[in-house]
Design a protein around this ligand. Sequence first.
Ligand SMILES: [Zn+2]
Length: 298
Amino acid sequence: MNSQRPPQRPARPPLTREEAMRRQAYRKMQQRRQMQRRVAILAIAALFIIFTVILISVALHRSSEPTGLPDTTTTAGTTTASPATTSPDETTAPAAKDITICIDPGHGFDDPGATTAHLGELTESDVTLAIGLKLRDELTARGYTVIMTHDTNDIPAGTPAGEQYLFGLAKRTAFANEKKPDFFLSIHGDTFEDDSVQGSRVYFQSITGADNTAITAIAQNFVDALTLALPDAKKAPMLKEMADDNAYYVLRNVDMPAVLVEVGFASNAADAANMLDEAWQAKIAAALADGVDRNFAQ
Ligand SMILES: [Zn+2]
């Protein structure tokens, strides 16, 4: 035969039932695989879109956040300056509060305050200044404006003998009355003949002739904050109201709400050890800042 026709494929024999089933199963498997591939591609695309949307929204949120602080807050005795350029720290800084606190570390300069065997070389004025400076930093970090009646115990060079640089009680109260802070907080350490007596005391007096409900509540808030920070039944912080004419000089002579905190007894060994301990000083400074927050947080 010389036929040019290509050889014809032999007709397929009809599939057996078993073969047909195998072929159908194979086709189904192919379809399933294709479907799985499509689902996987769709899932990846969806994840990519979600991720992109999250990135965009985070970027938008960041750019619309306020910086939180005005460029510069300046008060007598304290300057809180923020750099003009935005630094990463600025977004975490607390919002400035419109509250000024005057801290008065008791004694200082040529008045050492209490001296006891337990305090050794150091004096009450060293303790009150150390706590006052820690409190200043704590309150500043919480957004308050802080002024201090003094932030050093070193008498400036050239001060005439007998001249007390911002030391005298009259000078301190005149300073506060001129600056008009919202609150005045004087820090002291106590002594007592019975050296077993210990613990902190929060003294206050009503402003003469005025309703003392507000100042009582303010002082109680300090007692509560100290009680939380220094839980010890033996030396629970106490609230002490003073008669107007017998109150501590600073309490009688400032025009704004004021408390005087005796942080502990320098005549008691345990209290004196605390008063000299930096970690304890930081703890009581934080507790006093909590007291301020209880009264003035906005
Ligand atoms: Zn004192």
